[in-house]
Design a protein around this ligand. Structure first.
Ligand code: ATP
Ligand code: MG
Length: 278
């Protein structure tokens, strides 16, 4: 695997802020990874996300996108094409009155020829399961559909990586499932690297990697089982522990012999059933 994103000891403070938003964060994301970033409010997740496509530049340290230094002005356009962002509010991301025009917006700005744009719009809408809405008005779609159109708009740039900053936070459960399964599929089928920032532990369950931020640094980094079984450390960083792990932790404290990392509901139920049967 090759490196998609590398953050080398980055420090960053917003103008006038007392404390830095990023304080020595170090991270390497390999191409093709599905990584979930967790962390309490203000821990630096969104700031880190904005470093990944050069919306913000580090005060100290460096960020590289496929080896390209984000501080290099001449690489800015290439970097923005490689890493697409999807944000929380779907309404703020709609720029046109028709779905296909909305999806075509970024490639049009990049000067992509019209026949190539047509193909990209169709492919991107196919990829998010929204092709049938091609001539619809985006503002009449549901929240989950709007986020899928936003994802299609990013896909039309042919990015290698998509960063979703709480992109499911404003959606209802159905919309959330639609948006999540769309990015999972893009990761698995097209090898697109995904950085998913979320407050929901359940969205991290089947990630390749879970990264926990705390005070502008990377506090924990590992597989979901590795990270979520470190119950005390999670609580110390102000995060809630997934319900399955919390239940196992309490039963273990009462003397039951159980695996501390049976994360999914099925695994957890099986582990408890086995322990009771033995
Ligand atoms: N535009 C800004 N100007 C000044 N300070 C900011 C700005 N944006 C963020 N901060 C501060 O920088 C720190 C990190 O913020 P950031 O938005 O990266 O955290 P976050 O982990 O995304 O939080 P949340 O979970 O609330 O989205 C916080 O202390 C925050 O108050
Ligand atoms: Mg944020």
């Amino acid at each position: 695997m090759s490196e998609m994103i590398r953050a080398d000891k980055i420090r960053f403070a917003y103008p006038g802020a007392d404390a830095p938003a990023l304080d020595g964060a170090e991270l390497v994301i390999e191409r093709g990874t599905f990584a979930v970033i967790l962390g309490h409010n203000g821990s630096g997740k969104s700031t880190l996300a904005k470093m990944c496509n050069a919306v913000l530049l580090p005060d100290e340290g460096a960020v590289y996108v496929e080896g390209m230094d984000t501080r290099n002005d001449e690489l800015l356009l290439s970097i923005r094409q490689r890493v697409g962002m999807v944000f929380q509010n779907p309404d703020n991301q709609i720029v046109a009155n028709v779905v296909e025009e909305d999806v075509a917006f970024a490639p049009e700005n990049l000067g992509v020829p019209p026949e190539e744009i047509r193909k990209r719009v169709d492919d991107s809408l196919d990829a998010v399961g929204m092709r049938e809405f091609v001539t619809h008005a985006p503002h009449l779609l549901s929240g989950g559909q709007k986020q899928r159109v936003a994802i299609a708009g990013v896909l039309a740039m042919r990015p290698a990586c998509i960063v979703l900053d709480e992109a499911t936070a404003m959606l209802d459960p159905v919309g959330r499932r639609e948006a999540l399964s769309t990015v999972r599929r893009l990761n698995r089928e097209q090898g697109i690297t995904v950085l998913l920032i979320t407050h929901r532990m359940s969205e991290a369950e089947d990630a390749d990697r879970v990264i926990v931020m705390d005070d502008g640094r990377i506090a924990m980094d590992g597989t979901p089982k590795e990270v979520f079984s470190r119950v005390e450390q999670l609580r110390d960083t102000g995060l809630t522990v997934p319900e399955t792990i919390d239940l196992l932790d309490r039963l273990i404290q009462r003397g039951m012999s159980l695996p501390p990392d049976a994360l999914s509901v099925d695994e957890c139920a099986d582990a408890i059933a086995n322990a009771l049967a033995s």
